[in-house]
Design a protein around this ligand. Structure first.
Ligand code: ADP
Ligand code: MG
Length: 226
């Protein structure tokens, strides 16, 4: 499933646009890293793509579906095909780590026999299989971040969106997380990863799009934009 962002504008405050006509795309099966300094609008762009925010103008397409930032049956269907590790989707505090991850599988109606094994495998990829019975409040920030990513990937979604997946991690753990993302991409997932970390794109083998000054630059506009 592809993503197309066309001339998207977004402001939270009159006269101050975070996104100023952003155009970028992720082809089906492609991995793109959205890079840019803190505050450049990366998380905002991801939230627009998943319909959690509404653009002021411009067009966003996920597959054939236009995302208009409003809850619709089409949006719900599209979200089910996305693995999301984004701001505003915390782990549920009353459920254990395993239960949080299993919930994603329940949403796609996986069989309960499948469920235990897949939850275990997805946590194991992050070295967190021993934390299955822990509650979110008992996890470090980095561990919680990895569980969110395990939850996003456990359903093997065709489209993966991740926001700062390596933010709270030491280098070795970050390398492991990038390897898990790379595996998902190699298996065929289309991927959009937002990060301020310039190590992610080369290690993921992803195309880099840089967000700066409200615009996206994928390096194909050499000589500047006239
Ligand atoms: P990044 O993820 O690149 O660090 P963000 O998209 O989180 O950047 O934020 C870009 C800018 O938009 C920041 O100045 C931030 O304060 C502002 N912003 C983001 N979300 C909101 C919001 N819900 N209300 C007001 N301002 C916001
Ligand atoms: Mg951000």
């Amino acid at each position: 499933m592809s993503i197309q962002v066309l001339e998207v504008w977004k402001s939270f405050q009159a006269g101050l646009s975070v996104l100023q006509g952003v155009t970028c795309s992720v082809a089906r099966g492609e991995a793109v890293v959205l890079e840019g300094p803190t505050g450049s609008g990366k998380s905002t762009l991801l939230r627009l793509v998943i319909g959690a925010e509404r653009a002021d103008s411009g067009t966003i397409l996920v597959g054939e579906t236009e995302i208009i930032g409003r809850a619709t049956p089409q949006l719900a269907a599209i979200r089910r095909s996305m693995g999301l590790m984004v701001q505003g989707m915390p782990l549920l505090p009353a459920l254990t780590v395993a239960e949080n991850v299993a919930l994603a599988l329940r949403a796609i109606k996986a069989s309960s026999r499948d469920m235990r094994f897949r939850v275990y495998e997805s946590l194991k990829a992050f070295g967190l299989e021993g934390r299955r019975e822990a509650y979110p409040s008992q996890l470090s920030g980095g561990e919680a971040q990895c569980v969110c990513l395990a939850r996003a990937l456990v359903t093997r979604p065709p489209l993966v969106l991740a926001d700062e997946p390596t933010a709270l991690l030491d280098r070795v753990t970050a390398e492991g997380v990038i390897a898990v993302l790379r595996d998902a991409h190699v298996r065929g997932a289309t991927m959009l990863v937002a990060t301020h970390d310039s190590n992610v794109a080369p290690r993921l083998g992803a195309r880099r799009v840089v967000l700066r000054g409200g615009r996206a630059d994928d390096g194909t506009m050499a000589g500047g934009r006239g």
